[in-house]
Design a binder for this molecule. Sequence first.
Ligand code: BGC
Length: 269
Amino acid sequence: MQTNPKLKGQSALVTGASSGIGKAVAIALANEGANVVVGCSSHPEHGQQVADEIKANGGTAMVYQADVSNEEEVLAMFKAMYKEFGTIDILVNNAGLQKDSSFVDMTLADWQKVIDINLTGQFLCAREAAREFIRRGIVSERSAAAGKIIFMSSVHEVIPWAGHANYASSKGGIMLLMKSIAQELAPQKIRVNSIAPGAIQTPINKEAWETPEALNKLLTLIPYKRIGQPEDIGKVAVWLASDESDYITGATIFADGGMTLFPGFAGNG
Ligand code: BGC
C-alpha cells in the first residue's frame, strides 16, 4: 500500500475484476487505500486470487460473484457490499465481453448477451451506486464528491468496428449513458466519467498479440508503438476516483497510445 493513500477509507466496487483490466484496477484502487469488492461472474477462484493479492499487499478486499445483467443479483451484490464495508464511494463499471461475428451471421443471442452485460449491466450497477451516493451524500473526510462512477468504455465508443457490431454498439451506448447521467447527477456532487482503453494486453484480445505477426499488425494501429498494459488503466482509474480529478465529470479519458488519432493518415491523405 502507498504511504499517502489517495483513496483512504473509501469503498470501491469493481465489476469483472477477476482478470484483465478489472483485476489491475481493483489492485490499483486497493493500493491507494480503498476497500475493494472484487466482482466476478464466473471463476470465483480467480476473484479470490485477486482478493488474496490485495490482502497480501496490506489492503482490504472481498469477492462477490454476480451476473451484472441480472437485477436481483446486482441488488444482492450491493447489499453484501454495504454489510461488509458500510457504503460505496467508487464504482468501476468494468464487466464486459465480446461475442464477435460478421454482421449477417450475428445471432440475436450474441447481440443480446453483449448488450446485456456491457450496457444493461453498467446501467444497473450505476443506478444502485447513484442511489446510495444520493442517500448518503458527501463525507468530506473521504472525498469532495458524494460518489464517483467510472465506466469502462473502449476506443470503440467512437471507432466503428466491422465484425463487432454488438460490442461497438454497447460501447457507443455507454458513451451517452455516461454523459446523460453525468449531466443528471452533477448537482448531487456525483462525478461520472469513462475510460476508453485501446488495445490492452489481456485475455479478451489474445488473438491480436499472441504471435509476433499479430502484434506487429496491431502496432500499425498504435502511434505510440506499444500495446497497453492493464496497469496503464489502473492508474487512470485511481486518478478519476480521487479528488485530484474533482472538477472532471462527463469526460472520456482515452488511454490508447493514440489509436483514436486516425493512424492510417500519418503520411497519407
Ligand atoms: C477490445 C479489444 C481491442 C481494443 C482495440 C477493446 O475494446 O475489447 O479486443 O483490441 O478495443 O481495438
